[in-house]
Design a protein around this ligand. Structure first.
Ligand SMILES: Cc1cc2nc3c(=O)[nH]c(=O)nc-3n(C[C@H](O)[C@H](O)[C@H](O)COP(=O)(O)OP(=O)(O)OC[C@H]3O[C@@H](n4cnc5c(N)ncnc54)[C@H](O)[C@@H]3O)c2cc1C
Length: 384
């Protein structure tokens, strides 16, 4: 049984059904459902999609603009796109449709409201009845209830707020195949503009959202970009981990945001949702076929994700408290910025980026002494 029809759950369910396992997918929302998300997926995610996924990629940004303090900006352009943009409601509905096509029984509009987890099975309750499952893949996202039910510690929580804005021709032209990231005024986070065909996805996110008024900053940013505040934005948590915790409890396997696999520097989570969906299904298949425990899932996930997630957490700690400093560094030397894009495209391992960032810091030791205070709601980083 799989809970949650996001990229993690829909993928896991499809893979189970494709391998002949009778699979029920329970989704709280009615599909298609809205998921606040920039919808940027990196190259490495593409092979994880079922055939036909290319048709859902609406834009293919080749350029990336990094805006730092004092209005300075740097644009890096590449010959090939470094990411592809999907509309999440359409993308997730399509993944769920592919799962149904493979034989998954999809129950949308049916939330799991209670769960009893034992060493041999789980019992799930919804408003329509009770289900017993040998193995549960919990892909119920940042708001899921399975973590608590199974005794899996919740990830840390950042937050993001965003809206999709229909843009006029001039703005669309301005952001044509170009993503823009703004740092410096958003403690432990950033603001973004992501173009997707005829709309702009505009948002502000932070891994420490209690440090500033996220909603207020979002509206200020929105007005700066599109000249009005006339939207109802959506907010959603950014679940991430700074320490590894094996995402298996008894015979419940956590995947995607429910496992806390989001990158703690960039907030990328679609790739890890898709990949962990595949891996959870493979682990469940092995366990069902051979009667073995699901422990290998935790080991495999650790090897697959933790080196990069650990580097991302380190990068976050190196970068965000000194975002103003880094915006100056990037203004003078685009090599590091370029390495960041190489990480996104999978051409450079994450730890190479963090090592290079550390190297930069060692060459500017005075910046470490000028580290700004981090405990005031009004602090803006790097304003020393
Ligand atoms: C504003 C914002 C922008 C982002 N931008 C990007 C981006 O550009 N690129 C990127 O890679 N990542 C981005 N992310 C992260 C990305 O959206 C997530 O990491 C990704 O959606 C995780 O997928 P998932 O399948 O694990 O969870 P989700 O997509 O959250 O799916 C979980 C599903 O579980 C369902 N569910 C929850 N509880 C229950 C229950 N009790 N019973 C049944 N169903 C339940 C929910 O309704 C939901 O459909 C962004 C996140 C935010 C908040």
């Amino acid at each position: 049984m799989v809970i949650g029809a996001g990229p993690a759950g829909a993928t896991a369910a499809r893979r189970l059904a494709e391998n002949g396992i009778s699979t029920l997918l329970l989704e709280r929302a009615t599909i298609p459902r809205v998921k606040p998300c920039g919808g940027a997926i990196t190259h490495r995610a593409l092979p994880l999609l079922p055939p036909g996924g290319e048709a859902l990629l609406k834009s293919h940004p080749c350029a990336w603009t990094f805006c730092g303090r004092n209005g300075r900006s740097v644009t890096l352009a590449r010959n090939l796109p470094y990411s592809h943009i999907v509309e999440r409601s359409v993308f997730d509905a399509w993944l769920t449709d592919r799962a149904a096509h493979a034989g998954v029984e999809v129950h949308d509009g049916e939330a799991v409201t209670a769960a009893e987890v034992t060493p041999t099975h789980s019992r799930l309750t919804t408003k329509y009845g009770r289900y017993t499952a040998d193995i549960v893949i919990a892909a119920d996202g940042a708001h899921g209830m399975m973590a608590k039910a199974a005794g899996f510690p919740r990830p840390r929580r950042g937050a993001a707020i965003e809206a999709e804005i229909p843009a006029d021709a001039a703005l669309l032209q301005h952001y044509h195949e170009r993503v823009e990231i703004h740092v410096g005024q958003y403690p432990w986070g950033y603001a973004w503009v992501i173009p997707r065909a005829e709309i702009l996805n505009i948002g502000v996110g932070s891994f420490r959202p209690a440090m500033f008024p996220l909603k207020e900053r979002f509206f200020e940013f929105l007005e700066r970009i599109v000249g009005h505040r006339d939207v109802v934005p959506l907010a959603h948590p950014l679940p991430y981990r700074l320490r590894w915790d094996p995402p298996v409890r008894n015979r419940v396997l956590f995947a995607g945001d429910a496992a806390g696999l989001m990158d703690a520097f960039s907030a990328e989570g679609i790739y890890s949702a898709l990949k962990s969906g595949h891996m959870a299904a493979d682990a469940a298949l092995e366990s069902l076929r051979h009667g073995t425990p699901c422990r290998t899932y935790a080991e495999n996930l650790y090897e697959e994700f933790w080196p990069a997630l650990k580097s991302a957490a380190k990068m976050s700690l190196l970068f965000y408290p000194l975002a103003g400093f880094w915006s100056d560094v990037f203004g003078q030397n685009q090599e590091l910025l370029s390495h960041y894009l190489d990480v996104a495209t999978g051409e450079c391992p994450y730890d190479t980026l963090t090592r290079r960032a550390e190297h930069q810091l060692l060459h500017h030791p005075s910046m470490l002494l000028k580290r700004p205070r981090l405990n005031s709601a009004h602090d803006t980083f790097g304003s020393t």
